[in-house]
Design a protein around this ligand. Sequence first.
Ligand code: ADP
Length: 564
Amino acid sequence: MCTVGLGMGRIAGPAAGAASTMGERIPSVSSMHDRPADVLNISDNSLAGLLDAAHEPILVRDLEGRILFWNQGCEALYGHGREAARGAYAPRLLATVFPAPLEEITARLLAEGRWEGEVRRRLADGREAVIALRWSLGRDASDAAWVLETGRDVTEARSAEEALRRSEYRFRNVFHAMSVSFWELDFSALAGMFGALRARGVTSLRAHIAENPGFVREMMRASQVVDVNDKSLQLFEATREQLLGPVDRFWPPCSEHVFAASVIAALEKRPHYESEARFRTYGGREFDGLFTCCYPREYLPQGATLVGVIDITDRLRAQEDLQRVQAELAHAARISTLGELTASIAHEVNQPLSAIVTNGEAGLRWLRRQTPDLDEVVRAFDRMIGEANRASGVIGRIRTMAVKGEPETARLALGPLVEDSVLLVRRELTVHDVALRVQVPADLPEVLGDRVQLQQVLVNLMVNAAQAMAGAEERVLAVRAEAQGEGVALSVTDTGPGVPPERLARLFDAFYTTKAGGMGMGLSICRTIVQAHGGEIVAISEPGQGASFVLKLPRAEPAQEADC
Ligand code: ADP
């Protein structure tokens, strides 16, 4: 048994045997395998001094683990001072957890003279560290074995590796187990194609594609599918082997612009790109998908990217069904509003009709005179034509409201929109003795929308206002429009009783009504229409101060060039 004194008196190994006193001595590194342990003295030997000063943690212990030498590197790494370490039992002091039973490791060390491995150790401050160890076996003159250990703190490297491993594991799991079709694409060949374009003086891919649409297909053919997840096999109705290869087989011509835009997004260093697109299965069936593409910075230089495709056929079908039902409901509501306006409409049509009759009679009278006054006859005819046009205008407006047409989106100026709506309710307002004030500046920005639907909203709000003011002393209806931020605000304000605060929130609920014969669908449909236009509608009312319904609609953007 090796017993070594290190300025602490004599320390016997666990199985203390013949003790030899060596003072402050450790074995020489150069003599590990062939020289006795007492050749170096820590205080007076320069090699021992050098080992002590080394940054690397170096310790020497006997075979059982008693620490004989503990340099400054050990102090720095483990946090235990030299005094505490010397003579301590290393595995216990450092709570070492070995990768295999210590007996096995010691057996290998004895057989091969060295051992390398990673252990977990507890530092003086309680933290755990992963240490990469190298052990070398030496023997002193009395053939007692000792071990020189160098250590390296690899905690950070290991936790970074672990984090990477976990993230790769997560990624693989997500890649394969998600109900999204994932594709790993290799588009490195595109770099060569872009290089060739640059050499020909092409600076904008967008412009090049606009002039040479066939280039998109070329890019598709050059982009390769290198891996797919299980969901992709199901969605694209193919085996993995069938899916690998050029990507163009899965992109019908109508989706070329999406592929081009995704490549441009990558070139513009955007982090991701998303769009709806049409896809084609291996067998040729087409379906609607949501295409997402992300461009991780680490992947891009290798020409790799990850794309996801989600089948949205059902979602689009549900959306279409919803839009159809909403349109039908809006139409039914328009018919019902027209029903409410029957008396006004009859009056609007009747007025020009009676004017036509009056003018016709007058014309006849001028004709039947002994000397017919043809100038008067012409004037009467002109008036008749004017009145007939007025009647036909009223009927035209009613027809557009009554006809069940597809919603049409167009740029609309608010002035004419308000005017047309007012014409439909004018008589209703007169009957209820309502004074109308309209303030729509001519220079308001246009909005994008369906004329009939927006007119329906205004008519609905004005009819509601007129009805609400039925018992009010002062009956004023104000329709105002103004530019507001990025949009236009249109308000319909009355001087009726207003809406109690507790009812305000329910006004837009379907079937909410306080009227005896009311259906309670008007405001709910108004909100659906306004939201479908990207806007919002709110009701504001101070008790006793009337009610105000404010529509905010986004302004129509100036016409834009196509993306690519
Ligand atoms: P309906 O007119 O069939 O009742 P609406 O959805 O158009 O359906 O209106 C719902 C309810 O909102 C009305 O019954 C009424 O109580 C309230 N309301 C609507 N507009 C006004 C208004 N200008 N002033 C006060 N209450 C209103």
